[in-house]
Write a protein that binds this ligand. Structure first.
Ligand code: FES
Ligand SMILES: [Fe+2]
Length: 353
């Protein structure tokens, strides 16, 4: 059973129901002990069963509501620290010590569990009710041969603000004037942006301001090359620098005012494992520095969550951000009323000033 509060959403809620969220690096949850982490606005406990398969549960014992995370892993179950009840990976009670080893284990002692899986080095949690079939994980293709290193940073703002920041092409010459935004490319043509299958693709075509008007998103000719910015709902982003180098960031909600950025540098310029990791490590140091430039300004945005209702005004260059907000709102509304048309953007969002 999934946690009700995730699905009982409002249009201004930030967690999108029925999606796979990247919530942690796999390496952060080792076998043999439970780990407490707040994610998706819920206190969760992460642990591994006998086969090292990941389990994600609400961090609350169904007996007398103590946290499960101070407990232990015993015989492939999680044991509550308070009265020693044990629960299996499905959340079913397997032992009530006070009732005796062969005593009753009533079904009412059922932990809330989340559908969860691991792939691409991430733990993914499904933000909705369990179902018999799930959509594929929204990870990026073409990174299978790359070597990557990972770093993380908590931001004191909503993950929705972080996502906006990563879709923002007009801030580059200001926030990143000395790093990736060098060259004073203040004029924003487009950007040409597509939204399909809950993936936003952005082609950056900024240039120096020589007095010409900026081309509107609808005036920019469709580009030949691949998009530089890719965002896959609900929370992962890629900066494609070339076939051999990419940055990937998972922007993971803790709650409405906090998130974690999992930053990865992928490369396959050097494939020898040790050297390859060293290059990825150094690349990721630079990546973290640049993302730190974003953090300073993004955490100053108020309110801390982004939505179409908070009063932001947009320019044509903000089209990727407007598409993100509109699609997120539509997905949340569609989860409430499944008859709404899914995955369509009808022309321009009509949000620009
Ligand atoms: S509160 Fe967990 S076993 Fe009693
Ligand atoms: Fe930035």
């Amino acid at each position: 059973m999934a946690v009700q509060s995730i699905t009982a959403c409002k249009p201004e809620a930030t967690i999108i129901p029925n999606m796979w969220y990247a919530v942690r690096e796999s390496s952060e949850v080792k076998s043999g002990k439970p780990y407490a982490f707040k994610r998706l606005n819920e206190d969760l406990v992460f642990w591994r069963d006998r086969n090292s398969k990941i389990v994600v549960m609400r961090d609350m014992c169904p007996h007398r509501q103590a946290k499960l995370s101070p407990g232990k892993i015993v015989d492939g179950n999680i044991q509550c620290h308070f009265h020693g009840f044990q629960f299996d990976r499905k959340g079913a009670c397997q032992l009530v010590p006070a009732n005796g080893r062969n005593g009753p284990k009533p079904k009412i002692f059922q932990c809330m569990t989340y559908p969860a899986q691991e792939a691409h080095g991430f733990i993914w949690v499904w933000s909705g009710e369990p179902r018999s079939e799930y959509p594929p994980l929204p990870f990026f293709e073409g990174l299978e041969e790359h070597i990557y290193t990972s770093a993380q940073k908590q931001w004191n703002t909503s993950y929705t603000r972080a996502i906006q920041g990563m879709l923002d092409v007009s801030h580059l010459p200001f926030v990143h004037a000395k790093t990736i935004g060098r060259g004073n490319l203040t004029l924003v043509n487009g950007p040409y942006t597509t939204l399909a299958d809950d993936k936003i693709h952005v082609w950056i075509s900024n240039q120096p301001d020589v007095g010409l008007p900026a081309m509107k998103p609808t005036e920019v000719p469709s580009p030949d090359g691949p998009p530089q910015i890719r965002f896959h709902f609900p929370n992962i982003w890629q900066l494609w620098i070339g076939e051999k180098v990419s940055l990937v960031i998972a922007m993971t909600p803790i709650d409405d005012e906090h998130c974690v950025l999992y930053m990865r540098f992928y490369q396959r310029m050097l494939t020898q494992p040790l050297l390859g990791r060293l290059v990825a490590y150094v690349g990721n140091l630079y990546n973290q520095y640049v993302v730190g430039e974003d953090e300073q300004i993004v955490v100053s945005q108020h309110p801390k969550h982004a939505s179409l209702e908070v009063g932001e005004r947009f320019i044509p260059g903000d089209r990727p951000i407007a598409l993100y907000l509109k699609r997120r709102r539509d997905l949340i509304l569609a989860a409430q009323a499944p008859s709404l048309p899914p995955n369509h953007v009808h022309g321009e969002p009509s949000l620009y000033q």
